[in-house]
Design a protein around this ligand. Sequence first.
Ligand SMILES: Nc1ncnc2c1ncn2[C@@H]1O[C@H](COP(=O)(O)OP(=O)(O)OP(=O)(O)O)[C@@H](O)[C@H]1O
Ligand SMILES: [Mg+2]
Length: 320
Amino acid sequence: MLAVGPNGVGKTNLLESLHVATQGFSPRTRTDAQLISFGSTASRVAVRGTRAASPIEIEVVLQSAAAKQAKVNGAALRTAEQLRSETATLVFTPDRLGVIKGAPVARRAYFDRVLGRLSPARASLPAEYGAAIAQRNAALRLRSAALSTWTQQVAELGSQLVAARKETLSLLSPPFAERAGELGLSEAELRYAGEPPTVEALEARLDRDLERGHTGLGPHLDDIVVSSGPRDLRAYGSQGEQRLAVLALLLGEAELIADRRGFAPLLLLDDVLSELDPSRRAILAARVSRAGQTLITATDPSLLPAEPDQLVEVTRGSAR
Ligand SMILES: Nc1ncnc2c1ncn2[C@@H]1O[C@H](COP(=O)(O)OP(=O)(O)OP(=O)(O)O)[C@@H](O)[C@H]1O
Ligand SMILES: [Mg+2]
């Protein structure tokens, strides 16, 4: 589906509302109040469709003074975040370029979300490791007796996290390289830069850690190298190449999700066509037409070099 309209009419709003309806949160902000129309105290988004050939209806209600609520086929979920295990949605927004060109923290956060989507049982591992690091850092600053316990925890959870991240990358690398190659990024690769932390390595730098009051080793400092042949795209990719790399990550993950869950994710691609040359736009259009349901936003229908199944014209306050 292609949603078109001039700047500022609400195309991104429409796409964002589909993300909220299927995932329970916005890709843009964690402040739910921003999702409620100015001057109102609540908003509601409801979608109807099919999931693995069965009908599904979802409703999410956001209120300025209460927790958001979500229902699937009429049954209330405990939290709206649970929607993540019900439906799969992958989103591209222009600020996702930060995954390639941003600081390592942006890549770690992105790939940890991929980890959670591909291995739901381990989705909480990054947060558990983060909590252990916070505890160890507090123990360093207080010079507390609990320090050695937290050193052990950091080594244990850190090793699990490094292993899970490496496993995620080895799953994602082949479809990523394939989609990237198709989009003209040859020999694309994902490589984990970091080693599992050990108690010995942590203790070997204890003096420095005590002095600084934080843990200077472990997967909270690791990075993921994204390259095309010998070129590191983090530093040397052009804007367009960085965009293609993000798209290849998303399309590669979509295939893995379709394999694992038995249904393709919903793809939401905001402003994806600008900055791509016509031949790459055509390749992308052909690829998404074979993927699951996709919503693309653009300011002009001619930007998509293919006939969309559905064309939606967005004007202020309506989409038809
Ligand atoms: N909570 C809100 N209540 C009412 N209007 C809002 C709210 N949040 C954002 N807006 C406004 O909605 C309008 C539409 O924004 P949106 O980002 O969806 O436009 P767009 O069609 O995607 O434009 P572009 O082509 O520039 O990306 C903007 O003018 C924005 O200021
Ligand atoms: Mg927009």
